[in-house]
Design a protein around this ligand. Structure first.
Ligand SMILES: Cc1cc2nc3c(=O)[nH]c(=O)nc-3n(C[C@H](O)[C@H](O)[C@H](O)COP(=O)(O)OP(=O)(O)OC[C@H]3O[C@@H](n4cnc5c(N)ncnc54)[C@H](O)[C@@H]3O)c2cc1C
Length: 309
């Protein structure tokens, strides 16, 4: 209930417009975002890699409304990949891509976003890096999985994301977790209708555990994307029971969240990858961080309050 209320508030257009233009909101978002530009993100990604983390970088900007904006984002990804190659970071750094950032939501945008995704996957493949196709709300699941399937024969290290929140995910895992495929399992950041998704957090958590069991029992490379320390513990138990060595699966965290757990797992010899976004279009990404943790919204509202004399 609280989650849905917060989602309604922070997802509203008026607050989005205020938030995006409001310096204290930007300052709060900075804990989750590496900077406005690649140049600003550079020292951040280098220091994470030097500290022993793997990284997946995201160019912020989603649900673009024109083909030109899709093209611009696609070019930014290609520039980013060139830069990763020039900096010799491709062993440790990959990219995450939202298909809506490269046109999926445009009329007939599936073909356009698929073409951009193919270019980006080809560039990543060429330099020894890889792409994860982020998962957006349920209206895009089939399209995104369709694009993933079409990329896998040429770019088998391309990863997809499944959301434990959705009722369909056990079936998707049954079908898709094969052939060593890389699959990120997350709870799901979008507020979905009750007909198709778990609403109560304990149901989402139980579904997440079932998803972990499926992933570890399958011939797949699990990418465990959660900050929930109980679920992380369960994942470690399942990995041990399945006889998985560290390196045959990985943990993933959002940059700026649960730093102590990131370090603890890294120090225990686990592979830990941090999701590191950069760019000027940070509000939508930030609003999902507010929805996940309403305490973050309190910080923002207090900052808004302090703005008045
Ligand atoms: C690497 C990565 C990639 C992701 N990719 C996708 C994707 O492609 N599609 C998608 O729908 N979702 C994605 N998500 C988001 C995910 O679905 C959840 O919305 C998000 O991770 C919060 O759920 P949780 O598993 O951390 O558990 P929660 O129960 O939400 O949180 C567990 C604990 O983590 C901490 N925490 C969680 N969120 C925050 C926050 N915002 N700020 C501060 N502390 C926090 C709190 O201590 C909280 O008690 C991704 C998450 C990660 C880590």
């Amino acid at each position: 209930m609280l989650r849905r209320t917060v989602a309604a508030v922070v997802g509203s257009k008026p607050l989005a417009a205020v938030g995006q233009a409001f310096p204290p909101a930007r300052a709060l978002a900075a804990q989750f975002v590496a900077g406005d530009t690649l140049g600003e993100a550079l020292p951040v990604v280098k220091s994470l890699v030097a500290d022993g983390f793997l990284v997946t970088m995201d160019v912020l900007g989603e649900a673009v409304e024109t083909a030109a904006a899709a093209e611009k984002n696609s070019t930014e990804y290609l520039d980013l990949l060139q830069w990763l190659a020039a900096e010799r970071l491709t062993d440790a750094v990959e990219v995450s891509l939202k298909l809506s950032a490269v046109g999926q939501a445009l009329p007939d945008g599936d073909g356009l976003s698929g073409e951009h995704a193919r270019l980006i996957c080809a560039a990543a493949h060429g330099i020894g890096s890889a792409v994860t196709l982020d998962m957006e709300d349920h209206t895009t699941t089939d399209l995104t999985l369709g694009t993933w399937r079409s990329l896998l024969p040429d770019y088998p290290r391309t990863a997809a994301v499944l959301q434990a929140r959705l009722f369909r995910t056990p079936d998707d895992l049954n079908e898709l977790a094969v052939d060593g495929r890389r699959i990120r399992l997350c709870k799901g950041a979008y507020t979905e209708p009750a007909e198709i998704a778990h609403r109560r957090s304990r149901d989402v958590d139980k579904a997440y555990v079932r998803g972990l069991k499926q992933l570890f029992a399958a011939d797949a490379y699990p990418m465990i994307a959660t900050h929930d320390s109980r679920l992380i513990e369960i994942a470690q138990e399942l990995a041990a029971r399945a006889g998985r060595e560290p390196g045959s699966y990985e943990f993933q965290f959002l940059y700026g969240v649960a730093a102590k757990d990131q370090e603890r797992l890294r120090d225990a010899g686990e592979r830990v990858r941090l999701y590191l976004p950069y760019g000027t279009e940070w509000y939508r990404y930030f609003s999902r961080r507010l929805i996940e943790r309403p305490a973050n919204l309190g910080l923002m509202l207090r900052a808004l309050g302090r703005r008045r004399p």
